[in-house]
Design a protein around this ligand. Sequence first.
Ligand code: HEC
Ligand code: HEC
Length: 320
Amino acid sequence: MTEHVPPPARSQWTVALAVSGVVAVVGIAGVWFVLSQQRRLVPDDARAPTAEYGRLLVAQTSWFLGPDQPDPERRYAGSRLNCGSCHLDAGTRPGTLGLTETFQNYPRPSGRDGKEADLKERIDGCMERSMNGRKLPRDSVEMDAMVAYIRSISEQWMATSPERRVVLERAALRPPARAASLEAGQAVFEARCRVCHGSDGEGLLASSDPRRGYVFPPLWGDYSFNNGAGMGRVLTAARFIKARMPFGRADLTDDEAFDVAAYLNSKPRPHMSPERLEQDYPDRSKKPVDSPYGPYADPFPQQQHRFGPFAPIEAYYKKQ
Ligand code: HEC
Ligand code: HEC
C-alpha cells in the first residue's frame, strides 16, 4: 500500500510567493513605466513666469535646475531630486507634504529663520537643503513661476467643495517611545524599499541622461537631500514614509516607518556648512526635537536628537 504523503506546506508557499512576486514586479514595472514616460516629456522652451512652467519646474526640477543642466549659471540644485520626489504628484496630492494648502499660509513665522518668511524664502529653504543647492534669485522667472504654480494648486483646492476636499491618508505616525533600531530599519529597507531605491539607496535614473533625473530617487549619497533638510529629521521622514511609502502601497507600521527613517538618515549624504547650520533656530528652544545637528538648548546628546527616544526631550521642553 502506498502511503499518501501530503505535499509539504512549503511548496504552496513557494507558489504563493512566486505569484505575489510576479504581481509586485508587474506593479513596480508599471510605476517605472509611467514615471519614466513623464520624465521624457520636457519641452525646453517653457520659460515664462507662468503656473505651467512652475509645474514643470516642480515635477522635473533636475531637467531645468539640476547639476547636469548644460548652462552652469542655471545649475541651482546639487541633487538630482525633483521637488515632486517628496511633494508627490507635483504637490497636488493633498495630505503629507502636499502643497494644496500652502499658498494662503505665507508669509508666516519661521523658527528656523527666526523671522517671518514668505513663500519665496520657504521655497529657497527646500532649494538649499532638500535639493542641496543654492537660492534662486527672488525675482527670477523660475521663482515667480513656482509661486504662480503653488498659488494655482492652492486656489484649485480651496475652490473644491468642502465635501470633496477629503484627504485619503493613513492615520498619522505615533512615534514609538524608544530609540530607533538601525538593524530593524535595515531589515525593513531590504524587504520593502530596496527593490525600487536600489541596494545602496542610490535610486534608479530615468535614462542614461542623468539630466532627466530619477524614476526612483536616491535616499542617501551625493545626489540626495543634505543633512539640513526636513527629510533628514527622523520624525519628519517617518511621517512621510508611513503616509507614502512603499510608493503605491503605503502599509508600514509606526515601528517600521520609524526604524527605516532612522536607517536612511544614518547613511552618508551631502553636508551643509556647519557655520550655516549653526545659524538655524536663533531661538534654540524652537528647534525641533529631532533636529540632527546642534547646538541644542537642552542637555540631551546629539545621538538622542538623531534617533530618539524623543519623548524625554519633548517632556523637558514642556517643563521649561
Ligand atoms: C527631500 C524631500 C523634499 C524635496 C526634494 C523638496 N521638499 Fe519641500 N518640503 C519638504 C519637507 C520635509 C517639508 C516640510 C518641512 C518641515 O516639516 O520642516 C517641505 C516644505 C515645503 C514647503 C512649505 C509647505 C507648506 O505648506 O508650508 C514648500 C513651499 C516647499 N517645500 C517647496 C519645495 C520646492 C519648490 C521644492 C523643489 C525646489 C521642494 N520643496 C523640494 C521636503 C522636500
Ligand atoms: C514601487 C517603488 C517604490 C518602493 C518599493 C519605495 N519607494 Fe520610495 N519612492 C518611490 C518613488 C517613485 C518616489 C518619488 C515619487 C515621484 O518622483 O513622483 C519615492 C520617494 C521616496 C522618498 C522621498 C525622496 C527621496 O529620495 O528622499 C523617500 C524618503 C522614500 N521614497 C522612502 C522610501 C522607503 C523608506 C521605502 C521602503 C519602506 C520606499 N521608499 C519604498 C518609489 C518607491
